[in-house]
Design a protein around this ligand. Sequence first.
Ligand code: 23J
Ligand code: MN
Length: 299
Amino acid sequence: MSKETASNARMARSDVSNARNALERYSRGATPRPLASAGGAGVDTLASFVESLMSGSIDVIDLTQPLSEATPMIQLPPPFANTPNWRTHEISHYDEKGPAWYWNWFEGGEHAGTHFDAPIHWITGKDRDDVAQVPVRRLVGPAVVIDKSREAQANPDYLLTMNDIRAFERQHGSLPEGCWLLYRTGWDTRANDQKAFLNANETGPHTPGIDIDLARWLASESPVVGVGVETVGTDAGAAHSFNPPFPCHQFLLGANKYGLTQLANLAKLPSTGAVLLVAPLKLVKGSGSPCRALALVQR
Ligand code: 23J
Ligand code: MN
């Protein structure tokens, strides 16, 4: 082996181990250290990001559904307990209870409207993070959008499969490390109508989801940190009778990954290249939280 080849080989090995260490830090939620390059690469990219934001060449898309008393809630069958509807109560409205101020208080479940599922939500993640403990580094990352709205319109029980992911990767490249998989089904158009949104009949709810094998792969082998959907939950409406039941919840939350539901405006995102920002409330011991979900896209 020539000196040069040997040094390349050493370099390659240390690159691999650096990458592995970075990945390791990332998956623990540690903040990656800025690159030690001259001039501070981190500062320059952030300045150019702000410039793009100000010029409008980076757009901010709101992926959040409005949260109100009309927001549809999941309905579990008996004997399971259900989450109440969201409610707001007025404290004062520029009146005798508060002459110069308007404010409300609210009541509602952690899993209301556009919301975040923390690992502790499911029994498989019971020793993992609650919503306050989730590392914020994992709440910002690349988003890939897989569009099955045609399929879901034809079949409300449509299940995303491993083959769909393979086809997506052939067209758009591999899923990036630490990405959020956003699954578009067109269900967002039903979000202001509880009946159409839950789409239940005598056999239970019929809404699109993810099949068992794909849920398992996403949890244990894929580079995905979370799955976002337009429906009431990350699992299909019929997932109560899958084996195991609710495989997205079971596998993803058990693998320290996240769920994000009732998203809007996925149609405005490119298949790859958007950046997702998710902001759940820091509810101590919370199993999840209503959240604001935003995407940054290059115009
Ligand atoms: C509890 C039980 C089953 C399901 C869910 C909650 C959710 O969808 C949720 O919001 O996490 S499927
Ligand atoms: Mn939930």
